[in-house]
Design a protein around this ligand. Structure first.
Ligand code: UD1
Length: 422
């Protein structure tokens, strides 16, 4: 199994190209199930989660052609063979549940395994189920699978979500494009990946209004057609690399970065003494003077501070002057990186959903273990600031969401390499 070895203490200088968003691609790919005609995605990220979604779609009979080293994906659902999303694939990735809405909409049936336990909390699917039932679906849980049918097709409805779930909003949005009449999603999630999905669906012929606001209105149509769509920039990869020069010193320009994608995060960086400047090609980041200062952070739904940047921010606050309080409001168990950061000399107390971080002058390299995707990258970032060598093992988590992390960071001067360890 591979490990990543980071030697801290080298200032960074240069440009990092930010990839297309994993979480956008993972909802854009199943959108192909809504049409017989091909969907072409450009600016797709090269990640193992994308391969998992490809395998899932192929198991349903979707043809997936990967071009330009994976940057272009052509998907075609003209010869579907199954409407069952098997546990063996779904258990690897929760986003597999995003086939439920499109399968129900076009095939009026779907059997989708429940994702099962997940390292960062219970992550149930009740919001998805309640919403699709409001649209006329009948859904039953049998042997760990959701068996869903919509005899005569889904019907437009008013669909209030008890919580602005990203996945549930995406499932309902896709399902509603082919439902009869009008669907109104209330308390919809507003994440940029949902806006991107709406743009793509519109290119396919869907009638949608209000994406990016809490109320999305969808007028169902009879069929959707072919489209070509560029995947939006990955705001989480962007935020992650924006932090790199804060740990290591120097200046990094994130190419393709946009402030509107990371507004609340950039505001926290500013408060912590980090300069974020818009350039013609992206965002440039450098410390204003020396170590960052403590800031309090609470994760929220978009446009609030993203939970997917919480681990990276915690790592940064470990090196800040003063004490910061971090509150995790989206997932109930998302501080698994804290004990690993403590192994590197961090001073963190965790109590329930609150972490109190007392900044230390220096972190120290140590062997650490990645426990989930964002936790693993937070340990790499911490390694950039640490004295000596940090060895991050179990990097398969990292490969789910970051393409060529060691190449991107070494191109700006970091001492980082991937080593194969048995
Ligand atoms: C998506 C992102 C993930 C991100 C998360 C929150 C993808 C592929 N993944 O995940 O990276 O961390 O948004 O920004 O886009 N919940 C329920 N019932 C449901 C659905 C969700 O209780 O039916 C709860 C979850 O347990 C969790 C919270 O709602 O505590 C947020 O989940 P949700 O917004 O649905 O996240 P995902 O779509 O799974």
């Amino acid at each position: 199994m591979d490990s990543i070895v980071v030697k801290g203490g080298t200032a960074l200088q240069g440009k990092i190209k930010i990839a297309g968003a994993k979480n956008a691609a993972l909802t854009l790919m199943p959108a192909t199930l809504l049409s017989e005609e091909p969907l072409t995605l450009t600016n797709a990220p090269r990640l193992s989660d994308i391969q998992t979604m490809t395998a899932l779609l192929q198991s349903l009979g979707v043809e997936v052609t990967s071009m330009q080293d994976g940057k272009v994906q052509v998907l075609s659902s003209h010869a579907m063979t199954s409407t069952t999303a098997d546990y063996e694939i779904v258990r690897k990735m929760r986003a597999s549940n995003l086939v439920l809405g499109p399968l129900l909409a076009r095939h009026h049936q779907a059997v989708v395994s429940l994702p099962g336990g997940c390292a960062i909390g219970a992550r149930p699917m009740d919001i998805h189920v309640t919403a699709l039932e409001a649209m006329g679906a009948e859904i039953e849980l049998k042997d760990g699978y959701l068996h869903a049918t919509a005899k005569g097709g889904l019907k437009g409805a008013r669909v209030p979500l008890r919580f602005a779930s990203v996945g549930a909003t995406e499932n309902v949005l896709m399902a509603a494009t082919l439902a009869k009449d009008t669907t109104i999603i209330e308390n919809a999630a507003r994440e940029p990946e949902i806006v991107d999905l709406a743009h793509c669906l519109r290119r396919m012929g869907a009638q949608i209004e209000g994406e990016g606001t809490p109320t999305i209105t969808i007028e169902g149509v009879d069929r959707l057609g072919a489209a070509t769509h560029p995947v939006v920039t990955d705001r989480i990869e962007l935020g992650t690399y924006m932090l790199a020069p804060v740990f290591a010193g120097g200046e990094v320009e994130c190419i393709g970065g946009r402030l509107d994608l990371v507004q609340s995060f950039a505001e926290k960086l500013d408060a912590a003494g980090v300069a974020v400047t818009e350039t013609a090609d992206g965002l440039k980041v450098a410390r204003k003077n020396g170590r960052p200062t403590a800031v309090d952070v609470t994760t929220e739904v978009f446009p609030g501070f993203p939970t997917d940047l919480q681990a990276q921010m915690m790592a940064m606050l470990c090196t800040a002057k003063g004490t910061s309080v971090l509150e995790e409001k989206i997932f109930e168990n998302r501080f698994m990186h804290a004990p690993e950061l403590i192994r590197m000399g961090a001073d963190i107390e965790v109590q329930g959903g609150t972490a109190t971080v007392h900044g230390v002058e220096r972190l120290k390299g140590a062997p650490v273990m990645a426990t989930d995707l964002r936790a693993s990258v937070s340990l790499i970032l911490a390694g950039l600031a640490a004295e000596g060598e940090t060895v991050v093992s179990r990097v398969y988590h990292l490969d789910r969401g970051y393409e060529h992390v060691e190449e991107k960071l070494s191109a700006v001067g970091a001492k980082i390499e991937r080593v194969a360890r048995s």
